[in-house]
Structures are given as C-alpha cells and as structure tokens.
Design a protein around this ligand. Sequence first.
Ligand code: G4P
Length: 290
Amino acid sequence: MTIQWFPGHMAKARREVTEQLKMVDCVFELLDARIPYSSSNPMISDIIKDKPRVVLLNKMDMADPRETKKWMQHIEQTGAYPVMIDSKNGKNLNMVVKAAEEVTKEKFERLAAKGLRPRAIRAMIVGIPNVGKSTLINRLAKKTIAKTGNTPGLTKKQQWIKVGKTLELLDTPGILWPKFEDQIVGKKLSLTGAIKDTIVHLDEVAIYGLEYLQQHDINTLNKHYNIQIEADDPYLTIFDQIGLSRGMKNKGNEIDYESVIELVVRDIRNAKIGRYTFDRVEELAADEAE
Ligand code: G4P
C-alpha cells in the first residue's frame, strides 16, 4: 500500500511510537538488508533515544551476503545490536530473542538487584512500510495477526504476543516514514518495493537499477536477459536489447518500453536476477566524512 506522508501524519506517527516506547524495554528497528541506510527513518535516533536497540536486517535472502556482513559490522560499531534475518522463511529468528536478552541484560540485572521478580522482556517493532514488520510479527507469534493498515493513527487495543518464555512483543508495529528528500534514496526504495509505483517515475527506477547492474554485475545481467551489453552502453541500448530478447513489441513493431520497464523493476525487486545491496557502507562513511 502506498502512503503519502504529510507533516501531520509524521507528527502522529512519531507521537504514537513515542507512546508505545514507554511500554517496552527494547526496540527492534526493522530495515531492508538491501538498503539499510535508505530504509531507515531519518529521525529514528531522536525518536528511540537511549532505549536499547536491536537492528534487524530483514530480507537477507535478497541482499548480497558480503555487503550484509559489512553492514552488520557497521551497525555494531554504532552501538546497536545487529541481526540479519529472513522473516518470510523464518531464518535466524531465534537470534532475535537472544539479541533482546543481550541488550536488556543490564536493566534486568539492576531490577534483580533491587529484588524485583524476573519478568519477560517487552519489545516492539518499528520500521517504514513494507520492510516486513507484519511478516515478522506473524512469524514470531506463530500465527496470523491482523495487519494494521500502513497508516499511523489506526488505534486498536494493543496486545502482547508471547515469543518463547523470555520475550513479549507488542502486536502492533510502529510505522515510521521513509526518507524522501534524496532522489536516489527514492529510487532505491522503489527498486526494493518499499514505495510503490505511483510516487516515483518507474522509468527512472528501471534505469537506475539497470545502470547499477551494468556497473556491478554485467555478466549476470547479460545472461539473465540473454543480451550482450557493454559497460559503456547507454540505457536505451539495454532497454532495446531486453525488449528484443523478450519479444516485447507493440502494434507498430516498436519496442514496448513500458513492458520492459515493468519487467526490469519486477525482476530486481524480487531478486530474480541476483541478490543485490544498493546501499554501501563505504559510501555512507564517505558521506559522513564530508
Ligand atoms: P510491513 O508490515 O512492514 O508493511 O511489511 P509486510 O510484512 O507486509 O511485508 C512486505 C512484503 O515483504 C511482503 O511481500 C512480504 O512477504 C515480504 N517480506 C517480508 N519479509 C521478507 C523476507 O525476509 N524476505 C523476503 N524475500 N520477503 C519478505 P508481498 O509481495 O507484499 O506479499 P507476499 O508476496 O508475501 O504475499
């Protein structure tokens, strides 16, 4: 579902998450492992403040494993606890519970020292739309929990879901807004399906994706579409070759660019061509140094 975020929505989302945060011991910040920077909320640190934070790199099955490893190290250096997961297939979910135990250890030791009885750790999931919050909640709950719409403000009675003996999870995730200002971030969000097609121009998204593959993995690109692209070919040549190879032509026997664009975006989004990570730790480090 596509949301248009307006300042009112953002203020409301922030208020709601801030309210929910009061009830929990730690936060699971869910990111898309293919774009850990672009899928984060721009104000997340301000919102979470010093609440212990576990960063979950979700959709690891679609990201480049070497890059995910680098992101894990980077996140650890920032003081958060990283875990890479695949919520769709239920991979590494036991690590999520372990991470919650680790980041709340000191707090619970303090409580125990004061003579308080041990209780389950309380946690909530936050993240931008489509990063997989509902999928993860359902996996952890081992049943299907009704999905709250992707808009903040839908209030329903919140319940705790038991995850094993040590963890309780709020059944409603905190929905936060994505970064919009940066055009490249917008393209990456679209390329990974975090924002759907109406906001950004799909042709620009396809061009961005194809040029990324042309630079980083040209052989796989050529093989996947049975084409022969050179490193310096313009994007129109790539569109033409894909259109020809797939027989995508319109009535006038010309290449049907719209179909080519849709195909390319769909294939990259679903990791049909390969597993790619579009945000690089090195680029982030270079940005921060400027
Ligand atoms: P949200 O609550 O954060 O908005 O996201 P949601 O769980 O609805 O997930 C968005 C899409 O991402 C869903 O696909 C879901 O299946 C997929 N997804 C979630 N986690 C993972 C993961 O770890 N790996 C992969 N490969 N996909 C994941 P969809 O196309 O919208 O629906 P469907 O195809 O599952 O029916």
